[in-house]
Design a protein around this ligand. Structure first.
Ligand code: ZN
Length: 373
């Protein structure tokens, strides 16, 4: 008997993950007290110092912020900080944790909620990446060196996004989030074409693929206007759509469809010190462009993605990433890191090696420079 394995029987099981609840709106923070109290009555709010200074005073509940214990985040998602919060939660019998701030505050709260078995509510104050909805977090050393990824048992119980707060943050965060979100559809498509697993240990559902595609379409439709509105600190339909793309669509899309070359090229670029001052999504965006050259995307698609990156101010050349004049040897170091056996670059349809990555990065830069000339 000849056993023919079709696509259906090979790509099993399908898996998708979601946050329990997603709330987004102009004054969404006014819902925080009610939302928190629906999970418990001994809450802990972990907030970055800038959030405590600039955001909390603008939102006064009946008793100010007395209804929740406010704790200042110490700056790094590291073992010491996790142990400190773990001890507070166990000592105070905290039954719900709220994280308000950027990626590191969010990741710290997610992990400590997981280790202590309490629900977590995520309140991102910037839309710079798709981390808020996801079920994973990155742990660093006290000095900020990457240590590993922590996988949670569950995605956050709730994500609450206040558009007015995001609109007040520097536009560069929003643009970086668009870079991260830009990768979602291309990486989803690669995983689907190559039959690669997603980030939750299964294969993409039709639902997740549709969300990933909607993410891309939303950026193209609203990205430029959202940037302009954010520059003026105003909330708008376009900004709202892009916040949803950056946080919800990209979050669901990357986890439930999978990653590929864009994020691996980002990881490769991190070995080059010059890129350290650039945000995650900015490097990912360049990874998308290099990925288009790597996979031989049609010219019309390349044009569309370069047009978008140039219009919103995402990097399209080495110069834009402070890598002008970088040597072949150093680029090769990044390419080698990109192709590490554990990297998602191997989710691309065709096999890759450092030489091919190097050529793709150089092609992305050359094309970007030609367009600017
Ligand atoms: Zn990302």
């Amino acid at each position: 008997m000849i056993l023919i394995q079709d696509e259906y029987s090979v790509r099993q099981p399908l898996k998708a993950v979601f946050p329990g609840k997603y709330i987004q709106g102009k004054k969404a923070l006014t819902e925080l007290k009610y939302l928190t109290e629906s999970f418990g009555n001994r809450g802990l709010l972990l907030a970055s110092p800038s959030v405590i200074t600039h955001v909390l005073p603008k939102y006064q509940f009946e008793n100010g912020w007395d209804w929740i214990h406010v704790d200042t985040f110490r700056g790094e998602c590291c073992r010491e900080e996790l142990e400190r919060l773990d001890a507070i939660i166990r000592h105070d019998k905290t039954d719900v944790i709220v994280a308000m701030g950027g990626g590191k505050v969010i990741d710290t709260a997610k992990i400590v909620a997981d280790t202590t078995g309490i629900p977590v509510i995520i309140v991102p104050t910037i839309a710079s990446s798709d981390a808020p909805c996801s079920g994973c977090a990155v742990i660093y050393s006290r000095d900020g060196i990457f240590e590993g990824v922590y996988y949670l048992k569950m995605n956050p119980q709730a994500v609450l996004v206040d558009e007015s707060v995001i609109a007040q943050a520097p536009t560069r965060f929003l643009v970086s989030g668009m870079g991260d979100a830009l990768a979602t559809w291309f990486e989803a498509r690669s995983c689907k074409s190559s039959g690669s697993a997603n980030e939750c240990g299964g294969y993409a559902t039709h639902t997740a693929m549709a969300i990933a595609h909607l993410c891309y379409k939303t950026l193209l439709k609203y990205g430029v206007q959202a940037k302009k509105d954010c520059d003026l600190f105003v909330t708008s339909e376009a900004l709202s759509a892009v916040i949803e793309a950056n946080i919800l669509m990209s979050g669901l899309g990357f986890e439930s469809c999978g990653l590929a070359s864009a994020h691996s090229i980002h990881n490769g670029l991190t070995v080059l010190e010059e890129t350290h001052s650039f945000y995650h999504g900015e490097k990912v965006a360049f990874g998308v462009l290099a990925g288009l050259h790597l996979t031989g995307a049609p010219l019309s698609e390349k044009e569309k993605v370069y047009d978008f990156c140039e219009a919103v101010g995402l990097p399209t050349t080495f110069d834009d990433l402070d890598l002008g004049g970088v040597s072949r040897e150093r680029l090769m170091e990044a390419a080698v890191k990109t192709c590490h056996p554990t990297e998602a670059v191997h989710h691309e349809v065709k096999s890759v090696d450092p030489e091919k990555i190097l050529i793709a990065m150089k092609a992305a830069d050359a094309y970007g420079r030609k367009r600017k000339a």
